[in-house]
Design a protein around this ligand. Sequence first.
Ligand code: GLP
Length: 233
Amino acid sequence: MKIITVKDQVEGGKLAFHLLEEEMAAGAKTLGLATGSTPLTFYQEMLASQLDFSAMTSINLDEYVGLSADNPQSYAYFMYQHLFHAKPFKHSYLPNGLATDLQAEVKHYDDIIAEHPIDFQILGIGRNGHIGFNEPGTPFEMLTHVVDLTENTIQANSRFFDKIEDVPTQAISMGIASIMSSKTIVLMAYGFDKADAISKTVSGPVTEALPASILQKHEDVVLLLDYDAASKL
Ligand code: GLP
C-alpha cells in the first residue's frame, strides 16, 4: 500500500485526478466510481479538466434498493449531478435499484463488470471499514450482492436524507472480489471519524470484520489521507 498524506480534501482530489491522468495516458478504459462526500473534489477536478471521457466506461460501486435514478438521494442522481451531466461517458453503469428481480440484476451487474475490467477504481471508506456497501462480515470472495445496511451505515448516511426513516435499508453493491480485480485502486479518506477504519485497514489483521483490510493484499493501492484520517497510523 502506498500512503500519501494530503493537506485537505481539495489536495486529495487533485492528487487522485493526477493519478487518473497517468492511468488514462497508460490506456485505462474503464473507471470504477464511488459516491459519498469523499470523491467530490476528485469529480470537481474531472469537471474542470479538458479530459474527454466519451470513449470510456464507468462502473459505480453501488446503489440503494428502492430508489429510482431520478430520486435525488439515489447514487445514479448523485453521479449525474456531480459528474455525468458535464462529462458523459460512452457507457455509465450503476446497479438498478428498482429492479423487480434483484437476483437477476446482481447477475447482470457481474456480467457488466466481467465485460469491462476496471482499470482505475476510486474508493471511499465507511466508518466501520466498509468499501462500496460491503459491510463487516461480507465474504471477501463475494461478487455483486444485495446488502442489508448496518445501523452504523444507515446512521452515517442519514445526513443526506430528511429523516433517518427515509434511508433505504438495502443496497446492491459490487463485491469485494470485483473491487480487488481492479488494476489500480485509489482510496481517499478525510476526517477524524475515518481514522480508526484507516488504521485497521493499514495495519490491522486482514479480516472480513474490517472489509477494507483486504486491500493489504492488492498490488497497486494508493491511500490518500488528510492528517486527521491518518492520525491513528
Ligand atoms: C457510503 C458509500 C461508500 C462511501 C461511504 C463513505 O456508504 N456506499 O461508497 O465510501 O458512504 O461516505 P463519505 O465519503 O460520505 O464519508
